[in-house]
Ligand binder design. Structure first.
Ligand code: ZN
Length: 350
């Protein structure tokens, strides 16, 4: 059966604009000078002490934090949730802190003071906070903060790991903004060491998932491909754990078996682009959804100009090109209604 997918305008647009995120590798090295650098905090855990290091005007300032002022032991949250009324999802922030904050604020996920405002809703960040832009640290700490605030209100923040989180943590540093190259020079450490197991953010990131299922919707950075399902029985918790446990290994090491190609290859969950680029049959989408026991999939990773729906609203793409720093959107799901939340907070129903 070769029924072609009916492409709606959004799908066509998505297909035309989905370009490999690697295409932006030529991002120009700007004139960031060491003197102008402000970054941090990076919080290192030494025995029972917390050592805070900030870069202020290009100089590392060290202070000892009050014991217990930050958590140092984190547990992974569940990967599956049901009966959630409000969900919001965006992805591919790539260091564009101000724009992401504007989108989150205008869509009432956070307030003007950058505190949680989404009540018992779930916010999913569908991967790729790291790389490209220059305010990665700021956004990580914001997520860290609102995650805690959300829980206190019965909500959740899910920071899913995308290919760029794994690239950095697997020591592939090709996409760092020049600022972070300078920061790691100042620290005399490779950048991923700033997120080692002996740091607060490093420990926190090591508990994060690659995918979550909320109600009937799977959220994952790249997508689930037919090829992945041939290799792998679909069990969310096992896949999340397996991928998480790869952090700290190098690509070279993982490539000695088919481990790397299964989980981190072009058909793997954080790199797959098939929904956008392969013009899949409607039946193929149905098969995938059946096998993963979901009715919809929300992905990032393929940059389009707005949040899009494809394949009869069974696949949603939420990488709305925030990485370019000008515009972006958020997917809002309230009960069973789906909306694009625009940068200025308008809701446009699908
Ligand atoms: Zn990506």
């Amino acid at each position: 059966m070769n029924t072609p997918v009916i492409l709606n305008r959004s799908t066509l647009f998505a297909a035309l604009l989905c370009f490999c995120s690697l295409a932006l590798i030529g991002q120009d090295v700007d004139s960031t000078t060491t003197q102008a650098i402000n970054d941090g905090p990076y919080v290192f855990i030494r025995n029972d002490s917390l050592i805070q290091k900030d870069v202020i005007d290009g100089v590392i300032q060290t202070s000892i934090m009050r014991p217990g002022s930050l958590e140092t032991n984190f547990l992974s949250a569940p990967s599956i949730y049901t009966e959630i009324d409000k969900v919001a999802a965006l992805s591919d922030i790539h260091g564009q802190f101000e724009l992401a904050v504007e989108i989150l604020t205008n869509n009432k996920i956070i307030d003007r003071q950058q505190n949680w405002k989404f009540g018992n809703g779930h916010l999913v960040i569908v991967g790729d906070i790291f790389d490209r832009g220059e305010k990665v640290t700021e956004f990580l700490w914001l997520v860290y903060k609102i995650e805690k605030q959300a829980r206190a209100k019965g909500g959740r923040v899910h920071f899913l790991l995308g290919n760029h989180e794994y690239m950095v943590l697997h020591k592939d540093l090709r996409y760092l903004h020049p600022k972070y190259v300078a920061v790691s020079d100042l620290f005399k450490m490779s950048y991923e060491q700033l997120f080692s197991e002996n740091t607060v953010l490093g420990r926190w990131i090591r508990t994060k998932h690659t995918m979550v299922r909320i109600n009937n919707i799977l959220f994952v950075h790249g997508g689930i491909s037919p090829e992945f399902l041939l290799k792998h029985e679909f069990d969310i918790e096992t896949i999340n754990r397996t991928m998480r446990e790869s952090i700290g290994r190098t690509k070279e090491d993982m490539k000695t078996t088919d481990f790397y190609s299964t989980y981190f290859g072009s058909q793997g969950p954080v790199w797959y682009r098939g929904y956008f680029n392969d013009d899949l049959q409607s039946e193929t989408i149905s098969d995938i959804l059946d096998q993963i026991n979901s009715e919809k999939i929300v992905v990032g990773h393929c940059s389009v100009k707005e949040v899009v729906s494809m394949y009869d609203q069974r696949i949603f793409g939420v990488d709305s090109s925030i990485k370019l720093g000008h515009y972006g959107e958020i997917l809002l799901i309230v009960k069973n209604a789906y909306y694009r939340g625009t940068k200025d907070g308008k809701r446009i129903p699908f």
